[in-house]
Design a protein. Structure first.
Length: 207
C-alpha cells in the first residue's frame, strides 16, 4: 500500500508519466421488445426481459495528472490482449517517455512474461525497459485511480443495456472524448502519513 501512495506523491514529469491501468468486463444485452419512449405523460417503458449477447472486455489506461485516458474494447482479456495494449501504451501513447510508471492490480496476465508470450525476446525486453510496474496489494484495488475512472464510466455510460460491441465502442469513445476534452483529473490526497493513522490496524504490531 505504501509503495502506491509513495508513487502518487512523486514529482511528475512528461519523461516519466504516471499511468493507472485496470480492466473490467461488460455484459452485452439486447432488448426483446421495443421500449416505449418517454413523453409528457410517462417515463420510458421497457420490458424486464432481455437477451444476452456475449461480453466485452474494457481496458482503461488513465493518467490522473494530465487528465488523459485511453479506453479500449476487446473480445478477450488474455495475456496477449494485455501485451498488445502495453505495446500501444509505450509506442503510441507515450513514445517520448523514458520510463512509464504503471500502477495496476496483480492479475496473472499483468506481468512481463505476457510480453514474452506475445513478442520476440528483443521486442519484449525493449517494451519492459520502458516500464516501472507498481502493483496494488491484495484487497487494495481501491488504491488504483483507474478503478475510480471505471466507477465514473459505469455511472455515466455503462449502467444500462448495451446491445453489442459496436454500440459499446461508440458509447465509450464518446465518453472518453468528452472526459479528455475537459482534462478531467483526480487529485489524490491520501498519503502514507494518513494511512498510518486511519489504517493502523493493517500494520504489524511491534512490541
Amino acid at each position: 500500500m505504501e509503495d502506491i501512495l509513495n508513487v502518487y506523491q512523486l514529482d511528475y514529469s512528461v519523461q516519466n508519466p504516471l499511468v493507472c491501468m485496470d480492466e473490467t468486463s461488460k455484459q452485452l444485452t439486447k432488448e426483446t421488445r421495443v421500449p416505449i419512449p418517454a413523453n409528457t405523460d410517462h417515463v420510458e417503458y421497457y420490458d424486464s426481459e432481455y437477451e444476452r449477447n456475449g461480453t466485452a472486455n474494457i481496458f482503461m489506461f488513465f493518467n490522473p495528472i494530465e487528465g488523459k485516458r485511453r479506453v479500449d474494447i476487446t473480445d478477450n482479456r488474455t495475456a496477449k490482449d494485455w501485451a498488445h495494449q502495453i505495446k500501444q501504451l509505450v509506442d503510441v501513447d507515450y513514445p517520448e517517455a523514458k520510463k512509464i510508471t504503471l500502477v495496476m492490480d496483480n492479475l496473472n496476465t499483468h506481468v512481463g512474461a505476457s510480453l514474452y508470450k506475445t513478442f520476440n525476446p528483443k521486442e519484449a525486453r525493449r517494451i519492459l525497459d520502458k516500464l516501472d510496474f507498481h502493483y496494488t496489494p491484495k484487497h487494495g484495488s481501491w488504491l488504483n485511480m483507474a478503478e475510480i475512472e471505471f466507477s465514473i464510466l459505469g455511472r455515466e455510460c455503462l449502467d444500462r443495456r448495451i446491445p453489442d460491441k459496436t454500440a459499446l465502442i461508440n458509447e465509450v469513445n464518446a465518453w472518453t472524448e468528452e472526459r479528455n476534452s475537459k482534462e478531467s483529473k483526480i487529485i489524490w490526497r491520501f498519503k502514507n502519513e494518513d494511512a498510518r493513522i486511519k489504517l493502523k490496524r493493517l500494520y504489524p504490531l511491534i512490541k
